[in-house]
Write a protein that binds this ligand. Structure first.
Ligand code: C2E
Ligand code: MG
Ligand code: MG
Ligand code: MG
Length: 283
């Protein structure tokens, strides 16, 4: 692009590039330092069975507790971590941490539940991922049935042969597999049918617009039917209102996650509010 702009723009263009390179370099350093200084924290958001109100799992969601800037959301740094490759050590930390945490909860006598970990593209594409995960389960002592892994729909459909091979390996290990943000990518239903997926998570944008956009009613009910026909459980993400929940219940959606039940919580708060008294009825 610099060439197209011509020689005259050379001096104008260089400083911009340097500033960008510098910013990236700084951010990369900051992320690396954050990992060393243990500035990442995991919040957990319950996944609740709609017809019983029981918590069956928690999704691990990373935050960056920045010493100056406060709590930074994953949307702000995961893309950069992905680009720089730092997502690999960060992702390994999350996986290990979440598994160890779930094992600790079980050891303390809380009702067993799954912990769900999001896998980024780079992480998922690592050739030895299943072996790595197997090591983490062995090291932490967590049973594979208590771990769930999420990949997004668009990642799952990127290289379907690779996805299929990897998911089959993970499934053989006894891990639960979910497709995240379903409905925002372009699934080949033929491939979806072949993949050993246990759970479809309806993207929260569909739930959000439920009240205003009647198209979403049709889309949600189609996704639920599709999931059930493929023997999958369906999770609705981002449920915020009773009306949304009532609709989902009526559509026989299996599970929900959302602010209506609770926002993602730090460990201590989750334990106090929900784990010591698992069965919690709502609505
Ligand atoms: P996601 O995996 O789809 O996670 C769901 C997001 O929806 C979370 O945002 C959660 O806080 C938010 N959410 C849950 N219920 C509601 C609700 O009722 N209303 C609204 N408005 N939002 C709700 P969060 O924690 O900011 O994470 C955003 C995204 O960042 C995640 O989307 C995921 O793609 C990524 N992410 C988070 N943690 C990790 C991680 O440990 N590893 C990787 N690779 N990605 C992560
Ligand atoms: Mg997720
Ligand atoms: Mg999602
Ligand atoms: Mg998402």
């Amino acid at each position: 692009q610099a060439k197209e702009m011509g020689r005259n723009n050379y001096q104008f263009y260089t400083p911009t590039m340097n500033a960008q390179t510098l910013r990236r370099f700084e951010l990369e350093n900051n992320l690396r330092r954050a990992l060393d200084r243990k500035e990442f924290v995991i919040y957990y958001q319950p996944q609740v069975e709609i017809h019983t109100g029981k918590i069956v799992g928690v999704e691990a969601l990373i935050r960056w507790q920045h010493p100056q800037r406060g709590m930074i959301s994953p949307a702000e740094f995961i893309p950069m971590a992905e680009e720089t490759g730092l997502i690999i050590p960060i992702g390994e930390w999350i996986l290990r941490r979440a598994c160890a945490q779930n094992k600790a909860w079980q050891d303390r006598g809380f009702s067993p539940m799954r912990v769900t970990v999001n896998l980024s593209a780079r992480q998922f594409l690592q050739p030895h991922l299943p072996q790595y995960i197997s090591n983490v389960l062995e090291d932490t002592g967590l049973g594979p049935q208590w771990l769930e892994l999420e990949i997004t729909e668009s990642l799952a459909m990127k290289d379907v042969a690779f996805t299929e091979k990897t998911l089959i390996e993970l499934r053989k290990m006894g891990i639960t597999l979910a497709i995240d943000d379903f409905g925002t990518g372009y699934s080949s239903l033929n491939y979806l049918k072949r993949l050993p997926i246990d759970i479809l998570k309806i993207d929260r944008s569909f739930i959000h617009d439920l009240n205003t956009e009647s198209d979403d009613v049709a889309i949600i009910s189609a996704i639920i039917t599709l999931g059930h026909n493929l023997k999958m459980k369906v999770v609705a993400e981002g449920v915020e209102t009773k009306e949304q929940l009532m609709f989902l219940r009526q559509q026989q959606c299996d599970l929900m996650q959302g602010y209506l039940f609770t926002k993602p919580l730090p460990v201590r708060e989750l334990e106090q509010k929900y784990l010591s008294n698992n069965t919690k009825l709502f609505c």
